[in-house]
Write a protein that binds this ligand. Structure first.
Ligand SMILES: [Zn+2]
Length: 288
């Protein structure tokens, strides 16, 4: 017989801050977030990918070839950024982590091997979080403050775990346009909402390891979508937070487009720019 009883939602509450305002009367906020998945991308679902030299080379392109260009673009335009880096990628490429920190950007938690924690039991999930956090702390000098979910896998335990580890924000959920509060059984976190609209994977993503199918679109197609979304965020006062992958967005033609898009965004003087950690601190300060 069909089960028509209501589902049991997790014990979580998502609360917008009624008093939230961007500093200085800004119309919207921008947190430029990069997901430096690197070699962990193909290995996240199958460690055999380590032997697939072509897939690993495509993944490594994002770190070794694209990251220096991306950092140079941020330096030139003076745009702060947050780099979510799987700890395995960080330990394999410590010079990249050094370069990110040297430019004043933030390094944040993105699992050890880009694990989708949705299917993990609580103990394994804690082991992944603690192991990755310890590696990032060793490489950066401080424990990461925030996390963005690999493959968007999040459960209530994940958010409780982050609170228990002293982390301050999550950047994986989508209910509101602005930073807001997540109340868990263990305490609260700030949510910095993401959007599929600003995830470059939707337009440019492909997986060589799983067959390499890719639907290529011109970079200007992405530019149109993201410019529309930025203009909309200015109109509605939201957070424009990207989910960009260096191996996708760091391709030469796409970076030229990104420079154009950033030129448009930089032409307004009523936009707040910051790292995710700064946006989370701002939400805590101004909205409670
Ligand atoms: Zn990722």
């Amino acid at each position: 017989m069909v089960d028509l009883s209501p589902p049991a939602y997790p014990d979580l509450a998502f609360r917008p801050f009624p008093g939230f305002a961007w500093p200085g009367g800004a119309s919207c906020g921008v947190t430029f977030a990069w997901h430096v998945d690197g070699e962990a991308g193909p290995m996240a679902s199958d460690m055999n990918a380590v032997r697939h030299v072509a897939a690993i080379s495509e993944a490594a392109y994002g770190v070794t070839t694209a990251m220096p260009r991306i950092l140079a673009l941020h330096r030139e335009l003076e745009i702060p950024a947050t780099f979510f880096v799987p700890a395995h990628v960080a330990e394999r490429h410590p010079a990249t982590i050094e370069a990110i920190l040297k430019d004043g950007h933030e390094v944040a938690h993105h699992g050890y091997m880009h694990e989708n924690v949705f299917g993990m039991d609580d103990g394994d999930e804690r082991a992944v979080f603690e192991h990755a956090s310890a590696i990032l702390e060793r490489l950066t000098g401080e424990a990461p403050r925030g996390w963005s979910a690999p493959a968007w896998g999040v459960k209530a335990h994940t958010l409780e775990l982050m609170v228990s580890m002293g982390m301050t924000y999550d950047a994986s959920l989508m209910e509101y346009d602005r930073p807001h509060l997540i109340e868990t059984r263990a305490g609260s976190l700030i949510e910095l909402p993401i959007s599929m609209v600003l995830d470059d994977w939707a337009l440019f993503g492909s997986s060589i390891y799983w067959g390499g199918d890719v639907a290529l679109v011109p970079a200007e197609h992405a530019e149109t979508i993201w410019r529309e979304e930025f203009d909309g965020m200015r109109r509605y006062g939201g957070l424009f937070q990207t989910t960009f992958h260096p191996n996708l967005m760091g391709r030469p033609g796409r970076l030229i487009m990104l420079e154009r898009l950033l030129g448009h965004m930089r032409s307004f003087d009523d936009v707040w720019w910051g790292t995710c950690e700064q946006a989370a601190a701002l939400a805590r300060e101004t909205a409670t």
